[in-house]
Each structure stands twice: as C-alpha cells, then as structure tokens.
Design a protein around this ligand. Sequence first.
Ligand code: ZN
Length: 313
Amino acid sequence: MMKQNCLKIKHYINTPRIKFVLLFGSIFLWAQINNFFPANLVFFIILVFGVLLTSKERNKEWEDQITHGDAGQKVLSFYGDELKYEETELDHILTRHLPFYGILNPPQKTIFRQRLHDFMQDKTFKIHARTGFREMPILVSATAIQISFGLSSYKLPQFAYIHIFPEEFLNTHQPDQFLEGNVSGQAIHISWKHFMEGFDFPDDGQNVGLHEMAHAYYYQNFISRDDVDNSFVSSFPNFNKTANKVFALEKIPGNDLFSDYALKNDQEFWAESIELYFEKPGALQDRYPELYQSLCSLLNQDPVNKIPLLRRI
Ligand SMILES: [Zn+2]
C-alpha cells in the first residue's frame, strides 16, 4: 500500500463534552466551597454555554448511531461542506494516485477538481476507524468523477453517505459474508485496503472504487431517477444489447476476460465492464469491440486513445 500522510481528522465523539463536564464541575465545586455569592448565576451561564458548545457534536454522534448502529466502534465523520483543500493539494493527490487525472489537459483538470468539490459538498464521509487519511474523501469521490467526466450529471445525490472501512467489512444483511464494497439505500461502502489496491495495480482490471461507483450511477439514473443524465439513459439500452451477447459468450469455457463474479447477473456484469473499460481498455476493445464502442458512446470517453471527452457537453 502506498504511503499516506496521517491526518488531523476531527474526532467528534465525546471529547468536547468531557472537557465541558470537567470545566463545569470544577467551577461549580469551587463556587460552592467558597460560598461564592452568584454561584447559581455561574451555574446557569456555564450550562447554557456547554449546551451550545456540544450540541453540534451530539447531533453527529446521533447520526453515527442511527446510520450504522456499530456498537463500540469509533466512527470519524467528515462533512463535505466543511472539508477544505487547497487546489495545489488536490492537484498533488490526484496526480500521485489517479492515472486518469494524468491524461487531462490543464482546463480539464480544473473542471475535474471543480466537479470533485461539487460532489463532496453534499456528502458525509464516515470513516470506520480511529484514524483516517486526508486522501480518503478525495480519492473515493474521484473515482465517481472519472466515470462521469463525459456526462452532464455527476453528483449522485441519492448517496448522501460514503462509508470507508479499513478493510473488508461484514455484510449487515448477511452476517456471515465479508464485502470489499457495496451500494445500498443512501450509502456507498468501501474497503480502503481494496480500494487502494485498485490504484496500486491500475491495469489488472480490478478496481473496487470504479465498480461501486458504476453501481451507484446505474442506481441514480434508473432506480432513483433523480438528477438523471439523459445521454446516459438513452445510450444504456445499446450497451445492454451488446452486453447480453458478451455475457452469453463469456459463459463459454475459455472466454475469461470477465470474472465468474461478473457472470452472476447483469448488474455485476455492468460494474465489471466499467472496471475493464478503464483498466484494460485495449483487451476489452480487442475481444469485444462492439461492447467497448457502446461504453465509449455511453460515457463519452475513449480510454484506449486516452481521450477523456469525445464530444462537448
Ligand atoms: Zn458489484
């Protein structure tokens, strides 16, 4: 795994409240012992001050319990509208980790970072660990922006929460199953370990970030039907038609560009198509040119020729 800088993530749970209780208790005790005349007034002022000071934290903690119910596990919360990154820092992180960003020209890089800001703005990032990395919200969001770079709609408003786990995590619907990522309800879940492996090996056809974001864009456009991208929706049937043929071909022994997991159903086939499209575009084009072409039309990109935008949007 790549080396990352440890980050000063705000750790909301309890700390301010503990400080408040200690401060309040000491002052109140002192006032009582010294028979300080306005002790009751002091009590009242500090109580109001303490409630105001910790109310925000209490809300955040409440959200953690409501959304995950993970007893005993600390969750760090990043609120997209509170995240502050310098342009140079974003540029540095994206250049270092995201090959796609490297093929963009300077104006396209500016658009990419702008879209990234917009995407993160309405998201809450939940890190299921005691420490996190500054790159986490950026890189997870960046995989979505990579897929949607040629589309008009890219914000995935259906998914208000992005959960990041240090490694594979338990499937809440099937407690005996571990997952590297999944998309459900209003949330996208990612194992950071597997997510970073997608970046460490950018041409092995496996990238859990791209995989989950592909599911998310499908869900946004066809299930939630909110913030729909018209071009994506009108081009998808063409992809589907070709995908059905390739799906059948890949079931024949010897054809193994796609994994067995992709042949589970059309949704997994779609998500893995996106992984291959970005990570093994040459192989996908050689083996299934029609499928590759349908994805170029759908996403308005051409990864084989390193063209991130085929037509203006
Ligand atoms: Zn999947």
